[in-house]
Design a binder for this molecule. Structure first.
Ligand SMILES: [Zn+2]
Length: 359
């Protein structure tokens, strides 16, 4: 597990540099101090039980700044960016406009006086993860060794956030491309430490428990074995890692990446497994960018669970809204109104197209 250099920004947010040669300077910006109480809340939809994070302060967040004002480029003077350092390899910092935060107060639920209006404090942690100091870089452009460092960084953050009893779920993800809604061009991802289990995680775990009750085997191990046996949607199979297009892919480009050995989370990978996972992850992202003339907008979404979770299997889910060289898929009535996805491409065609660009 890597040991980061830790520091504080001008408004007391935490910043961590990994594998840093230069260390941290002083953030000399005149930033307003953060409010001592969480400013967001989590409301429960009484019809579905879904949680909605209400975070009005995020309306003020930095929106497509000009390149010379990029808040994620290294800044040796400590006057113009979030990262007061001459350079860095990977930087992690608390989000200035967080959807969830604690700022030192313990998690506590607002009393449930009315079952139709359940509202909790938006405690948790939102981190920005800068993959590289190169403003024009991307995850796919990282070296093998740098991508492996990212796996270690995610594992380190996961371990630290899982150790907090006010965090129920740790979600590492990347939004890439303005088409996805990214407002900062600098290559970066995010980590959310939620105080609740998200609906998607609850759905996966419930389905896995039902599968075990009916078939006596692990759902995710079974999916992996079935995709390997079928081969129709298989993309990459190495000693420690497998990538495939799922049988019921929801998106016009969608790939799932599993370690071959059943682990719950990134922390539990061996060094050889982490090496291999980084390489396969890069292979998939580079195939994404080779599909069309322009880099593919995508979302990379990691599923992981505490070691003692009742079900769950570490895997990455990578997908794109691009359905052809010049068309995007929008989440319209069926998807947004009913959560019932329509895919214009067969998963088998998606796999064939990706295999064609994997050298
Ligand atoms: Zn930048």
């Amino acid at each position: 597990m890597p040991t980061p250099v830790r520091g504080r920004l001008a408004d007391d947010r935490e910043i961590l540099l990994y594998d840093s040669d230069t260390g941290l300077g002083v953030d000399r910006r005149d930033l307003p101090r953060r409010s001592p109480l969480p400013v967001t809340t989590v409301r429960r939809d009484p019809r579905t039980g879904d949680r909605v994070i209400v975070a009005p302060a995020r309306q003020e967040r930095t929106y497509h700044p000009p390149r010379q004002m990029c808040p994620l480029c290294p800044d040796p003077d400590g006057r113009s960016s979030e990262i007061p350092a001459a350079d860095y390899r990977v930087a992690v910092l608390e989000n200035r406009f967080p959807a969830l935060s604690t700022v030192g107060v313990p998690y506590r639920a607002v009393p449930e006086a009315n079952p139709l209006r359940v509202e909790e404090l938006g405690t948790g942690r939102c981190e920005v993860v800068c993959f590289s100091s190169d403003h024009d870089g991307s995850f796919a452009a990282l070296s093998d060794e740098h991508a492996r460092l990212m796996i270690d960084v995610w594992a380190h953050r996961t371990a630290e956030l899982f150790a907090r009893d006010d965090i129920a779920e740790v979600y590492c993800f990347e939004n890439r491309g303005a088409e996805i809604g990214v407002t900062l061009a600098h290559p970066h991802g995010q980590i959310y430490g939620y105080p609740f289990r998200t609906r998607r995680t609850r759905d996966l775990l419930r389905t896995a428990a039902a599968y075990r009750a009916e078939h006596g085997t692990d759902l995710f191990e079974s999916i992996l074995a079935d995709e390997i046996a079928d081969r129709t949607r298989l993309l990459v199979r190495t000693e420690h890692t497998t990538a495939f297009v799922p049988f019921a892919a929801r998106w016009p480009v969608e790939v799932h990446v599993y370690p071959n050995r059943h682990v719950r989370n990134l922390i539990d990978l061996t060094a050889a497994e982490a090496d291999d996972l980084a390489l396969v992850y890069l292979t998939v992202l580079r195939a994404f960018d080779a599909l069309y003339a322009r880099p593919l907008p995508y979302i990379a979404s990691w599923h992981q669970y505490r070691a003692d979770a009742e079900e769950g299997y570490l895997h990455a889910e990578l997908f794109s809204v691009r359905r052809s060289a010049d068309k995007l898929k929008y989440l319209a009535g069926s998807e947004s109104g009913r959560d019932a996805f329509l895919n214009d491409k067969t998963p088998e065609t998606i796999a064939a197209d990706l295999r064609a660009v994997i050298a």
